[in-house]
Design a protein around this ligand. Structure first.
Ligand code: SAH
Length: 256
């Protein structure tokens, strides 16, 4: 038996992977972050499963439970919001589990960055505009390494996705300006992407702070910035990929 570290997806219970759902339905023990994983999803675990909320536990308490249950021959699902690899604090769990000789497996999930791109109906990598997405966060109480300062990352003028940053927009906007971004650069913000109370805000760098304040958004929001978020792109024919270009030859099709 082992511990499954499962990505629950961004909120909508149908956005867990098929594999993740199967594990959740089979697990004897389910541990989840109550504020961010939907109850409806957790309720899909089997009726006799032991369901525990992680919010009140310390890391050691949580790993003690995981270890004890696995040693009893039980299957444990540790359910994380979005994809576990993004700001999931799973490394510290894996370090302790490994030290104690408990096996684990990670099942990926739909990160909020992708649920937010879907809500905004955006392609984050638009041909001839940008081919790169930077996933990062603003520096708050948790420090960001010096060589990853937002100003430096933003100097690439690619798409930038900001987790955990809704209360730090003043700093965020300044960093983009310091990197030479124009005040009218498009920004999309999605609050609680894929939840019933999802909110979508299309704005610009200069209006970002005001628009978040007007909408009372201080947490659970994904900020996506860059020209790929321009809502006018969907009405333009300038950004065709080579893949479906009639004149372009590739492995599966001969160009004309
Ligand atoms: N592992 C998660 C991220 C956890 S950190 C993932 O892959 O999505 C928590 C941050 O993720 C929040 O501050 C917010 O920026 C973002 N987030 C999580 N769920 C979200 C959602 N449904 N909509 C928008 N942003 C979300």
């Amino acid at each position: 038996m082992k511990v499954y570290i499962v990505g629950a997806g961004p909120g909508d219970p149908d956005l867990i992977t098929v594999k993740g759902l199967k594990i959740l339905q089979e697990a004897d023990v389910v541990i989840y972050a109550d504020s961010l994983v939907s109850e409806e999803l957790v309720n899909r675990s089997k009726p006799e499963a032991e369901v525990l909320k992680s919010a009140g536990m310390t890391l050691e308490e949580m790993v003690d439970i995981m270890e004890a249950r696995v040693r009893e021959g039980k299957m444990v699902a540790r359910v994380h919001t979005g994809d576990p690899s993004m700001y999931g604090a799973i490394l510290e769990q894996m370090v302790l589990l490994k030290k104690r000789g408990i096996k684990f497996e990670i099942i990926p999930g739909v990160s909020s960055v992708f649920a937010s791109a879907a809500a905004l109906q955006a392609e984050l990598t638009v041909p001839d505009l940008t081919q790169t997405v930077i996933l990062t966060r603003a520096e708050g109480r948790t420090p960001v390494p010096e060589r990853e300062k937002l100003k430096d990352l933003a100097s690439h003028h690619c798409t930038v996705a900001l987790y955990l940053s809704a209360t730090l927009v003043k700093k965020v906007v300044q960093s983009f300006y310091d990197a030479g971004w124009e005040p009218d650069t498009p920004v999309g913000v999605v609050y609680r992407a894929s939840w019933p109370d999802q909110k979508i805000i299309r704005t610009t760098l200069e209006n970002l702070e005001q628009d978040l304040r007007d909408n009372g958004i201080r947490s659970q929001a994904m900020i996506l910035a860059g020209h790929a978020l321009d809502p006018r792109l969907v009405d333009s024919e300038d950004f065709r990929s080579k893949l479906y270009d009639p004149t372009f030859t590739h492995q599966f099709r001969k160009g004309v």
